[in-house]
Design a binder for this molecule. Sequence first.
Ligand code: UDP
Length: 236
Amino acid sequence: MRRVVLKLSGEALASSASDETIDASVVDFLATELAYSVEAGGLELAVVVGGGNIWRGATGAMAGMNRANSDLMGMLGTVINALALQDAIENHGRPCRVMSAIAMNQVAEPYIRRRAVRHLEKGRVVIFAAGMGNPYFTTDTPAAQRAAEIEADIVLKGTHGGVDGVYSADPRKDPTATKYSELSFDEVLAKDLRVMDLTAITFCKDNNLPLRVFDLMAPGNLRRALAGEAVGTLVK
Ligand code: UDP
């Protein structure tokens, strides 16, 4: 069994086709792919979902809010996204549990490592909500930290901006940009490549946790990434 943590940004649940903060058809697409991949076997799947479609702590802080309060709002946003995704995954017949880093017993289970692992062993998808429960982080870092904690084999970071992996420059602006199929963490740090938050990159490096960055929305890509195929860029 491969154990995988998939990081989905909140914006991946929205789309330009909908005015809503969560586009049900996009969530359904993602849930279809996730349920299929677990059904196909060989995979234990945990998801860390972001909240950027609803609120980012930095936005409030820039407008003069207390940073910790603003980050709490961001963390609550991730719970809303987690519930939407859970609902869609279960509609596809795959049991799914939301585990929150902030206690809210009527809404989600509390995060308990042993319990999360047990859910995974039973074939349930686990969604980690509310990040790590601490302000001053984005959900990239809890994706890496939870992956280490549950002894996942890899962190998969799905992007939704139409860029499949890590490039030498932004391929949407620079036609000479080239794609890396594999990179080391040191290269990512030295070249200041914006793969994930710096804290998350450093964490992955220190804990020897490989990271694959790939385009979530390209047809078939998510399935292939979950099946362990070499899509996008591998950082290790
Ligand atoms: N957040 C936090 N601690 C965490 C995870 C998230 O304070 O451990 C807050 C932070 O304000 C962040 C927001 O939740 O901006 C939403 O998460 P993120 O920005 O990672 O969402 P994404 O960009 O992935 O949609």
